[in-house]
Design a protein around this ligand. Structure first.
Ligand code: ATP
Ligand code: MG
Length: 428
């Protein structure tokens, strides 16, 4: 980390030694004020992009149209951006063109929140024209200038507002908050990819509970471009401690479960949000497995306070069958979701109590883990041709082995296969 900062200082010194003002700006200054670890250093300078390029050996023209040049120091990239003003804003999202200027103050003025509009010079002196440090001390999040105008210029700032409030445990100052509530319909102009990125970052961040609370309270999701099921999130109140779930996808899956979304609805939502196929499949499977199990459990609800061995056995069977159908990893996730839900409702759940142990003790959960292969079965039952019988046979062996009725050894599996083979042939 010191090395990271040393590189940034080297860039700033080189620029100022050549007569150009240069400062650390934005997120890195904020994070330093908070005593947080800095992820990357952004530098703002009076030098024009071509001047920046000529002063450093290694540069990449990453965003010339916005005045940004990436400078490499010991292979670490630093974004160096020329002081700029933003031209007219278009479509409620970033401006169509930028205008270079000579003043740091004006550059800071275009930034979104006071805590993001501070700069540090090469001697470590803070330039803070909008009271960002005071706001941070008071745990306040405040727009630079007129909040309503800033949100109208760029509607994405409203989502950034919620993300920063959650991440740093800040309270939006009243004017900023009421402007957000007035301007939120403009979120319909924001690309769903951007909505997704902000949403997942909020849920992955330092304070996902506050993130969910702010999403409920603000109602921003009701105003995105595509109709999201997630917009009904306030119906899920009160929310338990979603922070105990391991990541943002578990939290998202739990949110869908709480608002009563089907797996198909969750999937459609994540498509609208332009989530990756892998993320979408992951959440859909969690919701589907959870729903299927809940359905089974309701059918055979344990009488209050009673713990009947045969019911417990039946619940275990459903649980392990779900692990075969949806995958053992999905069920491990579902276990976490059930545990949280049991905690929220103060109820006893056999699955929450035992599910994890059952999964860990499960000898096999997929056909590839069986001690006999399809090939071996074909040899055994030659000259029978491959066909649907083979899949059924393997599924039956898998189930018995997973449930502990059969040992996962070639001998016992092949023996059991004989009986199943007869049954399947008589009953195709
Ligand atoms: P993090 O990287 O942790 O999200 P950050 O503050 O570095 O926080 P970036 O998106 O990297 O956020 O932007 C860097 C800086 O650019 C911000 O600190 C802010 O000053 C400015 N900025 C970014 N996006 C906007 C925006 N939509 N409107 C106004 N200023 C912005
Ligand atoms: Mg940043």
């Amino acid at each position: 980390p010191e090395k990271l900062e040393a590189g940034a200082l080297e860039v700033i010194r080189r620029l100022t030694d050549n007569g150009f003002e240069a400062y650390m700006v934005g997120g890195c200054v904020r994070d330093k004020c908070l005593g947080r670890k800095v992820k990357d250093y952004d530098i703002a300078t009076a030098a024009r992009p071509e001047q920046v390029q000529s002063l450093f050996k290694r540069t990449i023209p990453t965003g010339l149209q916005h005045g940004t040049v990436t400078v490499l120091i010991d292979r670490v990239p630093y974004e160096v951006t020329t002081f700029r003003k933003e031209g007219d804003y278009e479509g409620y999202r970033r401006p169509s063109e930028v205008e270079y200027i000579d003043s740091l103050h004006e550059d800071l003025q275009r930034r979104d929140f006071t805590m993001n509009a501070m700069a540090l010079d090469r001697y470590g002196r803070l330039i803070d024209p909008f009271g960002g440090q005071d706001d941070l001390r008071e745990k306040r999040l405040r727009c630079v200038g007129c909040a309503e105008e800033r949100f109208r210029e760029d509607a994405l700032r409203m989502l950034r507002c919620l993300r920063f409030a959650a991440e740093y445990g800040l309270e939006p100052e009243p004017e900023t908050w009421s402007a957000l509530l007035r301007m939120k319909p403009l979120l319909g102009h924001i690309a769903m990819e951007r909505v997704q990125a902000e949403l997942l970052r909020m849920l992955a961040g330092a304070n996902p509970n506050l993130a969910v609370e702010l999403l409920c309270k603000s109602g921003v999701l009701e105003h995105t471009k595509l109709k999201l099921r997630l917009a009904s999130i306030a119906e899920g109140k009160p929310w338990p401690d979603v922070e105990t779930l391991p990541d943002e996808l578990h939290r998202l899956a739990y949110m869908y479960i709480r608002i009563g979304a089907t797996p198909e609805q969750a999937e459609a939502d994540m498509r609208h949000l332009a989530c990756s196929k892998q993320q979408t499949d992951n959440v859909r499977l969690m919701v589907a497995a959870y729903e299927q199990l809940r359905h089974e459990a309701v059918e055979t609800a344990m009488p209050d306070g009673e713990d009947l061995p045969e019911v417990r056995e039946w619940l275990k069977r459903q649980w392990l069958l779900a692990a075969i159908r949806y995958g053992r990893d999905t069920l491990r996730s579902v276990h976490k979701l059930y545990s949280l839900e049991a905690e929220r409702t103060h109820s006893q759940s056999v699955w929450a109590a035992e599910g994890r142990v059952w999964l860990d003790a499960m000898p096999v959960s997929e056909v590839s883990e069986l001690a006999v292969s399809g090939q071996a079965l074909l040899r055994k039952f030659a000259p029978a041709k491959p066909g649907p019988w083979l899949g059924r046979l393997l599924a039956a062996l898998l189930e018995d082995t997973a449930l502990g009725k059969l040992l996962n050894e070639p001998e016992s599996l092949l023996k059991a296969a004989e009986a199943y083979y007869e049954q399947i042939r008589e009953n195709p």
